[in-house]
Design a protein around this ligand. Sequence first.
Ligand SMILES: Cc1ncc(COP(=O)(O)O)c(C=O)c1O
Length: 346
Amino acid sequence: MKRAKINYPARITLANLPTPLVKLERLSATLGGVAVWVKRDEMTGVEVSGNKLRKLEFCIAEAQRQGCDTLITCGGLQSNHCRATAIMGARLGMKVQLILRGEEPEVASGNLLMDRLAGAQISYLPAEGWASAHPQYAAQLQAEAEVAGSKAYFIPTGASDEVGLWGYIAASEELAADFTAAGLRPDALVCATGSGGTQAGLIAGNALFDLAEQVVAFNVSDNAAYFEERAQHDISAWQQRYADILAGTPAADLKVSELAVNTQEAYLGPGYGIGYPEVFETIKTVAACEGLFLDPVYTGKAFYGMLNEIRKGADGCFAGAHNIVFVHTGGLFGVFPQQDQFTFDD
Ligand SMILES: Cc1ncc(COP(=O)(O)O)c(C=O)c1O
């Protein structure tokens, strides 16, 4: 299949790109003939890092295009996306208002500490009723900003909407160049999925740039049916919103309902943000074997799921695979609030 040429909307440079693509040699040697590669998107930056930065390149460009001086966004208390937005706002001289799910903890740690250090204004809303309450509260903050002579742009959870979707469409184009350089045709691209935008962007990007046989996501919240609906909705909304710049490119002709959405839902464990022993063990093993750090909320769960499915051989979702590319989406600061979950023999 010929790789697509597509046009992009406004974008600002925030991430250090391209990120490296590396093969995990020692870990792969234990996997019976399957080579695991990592697209190191945790290296898009240092304190502002991970997948969210790729999405924010388009969301903040859109906010600036609309003349906004304030960013409002939302997420969990340990949201990597909120932390990235808080720091990027400080860096760009934009005000940031975060709406966080849950009660203010006594001690701010991990991402929340960084939100505070970056000077974000934070509101806490109860977890109960969050789904309907937070967009209303965001609208209220936008109205208040207007009265105060400001203009605020709302970025939804995880920057997963039709604007943020561009992040992993552009990442897919980058992956196409990586694979050409490495002479690689992966059997699968793997990621964690939470608000769905990384997965949806990779699915659309895979269809456009012909990267791999399949995109496999491991959900860290909700279930496979939710992510199927979500990916199809977000890709359709993207096609509609950007119909003018996509016109005449293969992106306009993507048949969204025919795109495969493969979400492996057996690794969520007790729920969002809650790790379990195999996840913590995987984080330790990969750190010691490869010097690569995963987190208990997103990448550790997905990586554990990927390894377990590889080890199932013909019974797993990677049956027959030789090369698998794990997209490392960041999340390191989420390790620290759960540090007491790690056990060491000595
Ligand atoms: C470290 C990390 N990995 C993966 C994800 C999942 O990405 P998405 O929200 O695009 O599904 C997130 C965000 O939710 C994240 O912070």
